[in-house]
Design a protein around this ligand. Structure first.
Ligand code: SF4
Ligand code: SF4
Ligand code: FES
Length: 246
């Protein structure tokens, strides 16, 4: 059986400021993924190593990490696609709790700010939708909330509090594409959401394990929607006339 050297960043900020890389030698069998190797270390070498995971099937989005510098799911990254020496870091955009576990709760605070699906007034049940409308937003609904797109985004890394981030733009795009929804979230995304910070580098799109075309299909259309709603002079005039009480 082949052996691979794995370096893992170890730290526990609540206990000490110490940060170190610990090297482990792990036997690699056929079909092994990085999460298997981390479990081997936990079970056979160091049970104090912390990692977050749930499904081992690329569904729960819990096992995000940076493997050789690339944001990836540990349970979806096969060992035979990597070299003989591997480095695993926790995702960098969020504070470390311990070893490979980070505190991603900032995302839950953002999620609370996004108004949920709100059906148009007087809509009679059963609600009906065209298949094309279901299909258009289906891509966004495959998001597993792994936050890898948030991790790779340089705006989040540098100005976390000013930009909701790509994952949340995906959520808003899914709601905005719903033909029965009645809320305009473009102002929220423009101001609190800070979408103007995004310079459409597409890094988020390139790391999404669900292959959601985050920049092309969510971010760019939302930017266009903001321009339409916030800067289009004719649109503004129509809004003013609608708001005016005759
Ligand atoms: S396209 Fe925008 S959201 Fe995506 S990584 Fe680049 S700056 Fe961040
Ligand atoms: S959009 Fe993709 S990368 Fe971002 S949280 Fe969802 S699944 Fe993960
Ligand atoms: S363990 Fe669920 S996505 Fe990896």
């Amino acid at each position: 059986m082949q052996e691979v050297k794995i370096r893992i960043r170890r730290s526990e900020p609540a206990v000490s400021n110490e940060v170190r890389y610990q090297e482990f030698t792990v036997p690699v069998g056929e079909g092994m993924v990085v999460l298997d190797a981390v479990h081997y270390i936990q079970n056979n070498i160091d049970p104090t190593l912390s990692v977050r995971w749930n499904c081992k099937a690329a569904r729960c989005g819990s096992c995000s990490a940076e493997i050789d510098g690339m944001p990836k799911l540990m349970c979806k990254t096969r060992m035979d696609t990597l070299g003989k020496e591997i480095t695993i870091n926790p995702i960098k955009a969020y504070p470390v709790v311990k070893d490979l576990v980070t505190d991603v709760s900032h995302n839950y605070e953002i999620a609370k700010k996004i108004p949920p699906f709100t059906p148009k007034e007087g809509l009679k049940e059963p609600w009906t939708m065209m298949q094309i409308d279901v299909t258009r937003s289906k891509e966004f609904r495959t998001c597993i909330e792994c936050f890898l797109c948030q991790d790779v985004c340089h705006v989040i890394r540098e100005h976390q509090s000013n930009y909701f981030g790509p994952k949340h733009v995906v959520k808003i795009a899914a709601l905005d594409l719903h033909p029965l929804d009645s809320i305009d979230r473009s102002e929220l995304l423009h101001h609190d959401g800070g979408l103007g910070y995004c310079d459409i580098t597409k890094c988020c799109q390139n790391v999404c394990p669900e292959e959601i075309r985050i920049t092309d299909n969510a971010i760019i259309p939302e930017k266009e929607r903001i321009v339409d709603h916030a800067y289009d002079p004719i649109g503004l005039l129509i809004k003013k006339v609608k708001r005016r009480k005759w």
